[in-house]
Write a protein that binds this ligand. Sequence first.
Ligand code: IDP
Ligand code: MG
Length: 138
Amino acid sequence: MSNRTFTMLKPDAVGNNYIGPILAKMNEAGFRIVAMKYTRLTPERAGEFYSVHKERPFYKDLVNYMSSGPIVAAILEKDNAVEDFRKLIGATDPAKAEKGTIRNLFAKSIEANAVHGSDSDENAAIEGNFFFSAFERF
Ligand code: IDP
Ligand code: MG
């Protein structure tokens, strides 16, 4: 069990001015920010980030969407971070996300679903390294 996970606030969340409310939910749930940046993915970088999904029918749209505007990338710390954070964000499809979860509160659609959360300790490390150098985490 690792104590870190990786998240992105996706272009819909940033575009709707939900950065503050979403970060507040994360902090209230006990997650501490150890790295953060406001940035934008090129289509190439978005494609690389989601390369595990490249055979899926939604991949091309997802890459276009994730490079359509700015995002906030962050590494978060808490005991049992990966599992607890997936519970906090809720199901991929906001229509199926439990009440009070971040996707239930802030997401628009299964694609524009407000936030990313790593699905394993291994991927949390890979994804954190995709955005941050050792100097940028605390
Ligand atoms: P997750 O973000 O809950 O882990 P994944 O299955 O890993 O969900 O999918 C990655 C992202 O791809 C989702 O967060 C969502 O933005 C998008 N996505 C997943 N399934 C669909 C779909 O059926 N249609 C459109 N976009 C999807
Ligand atoms: Mg996933």
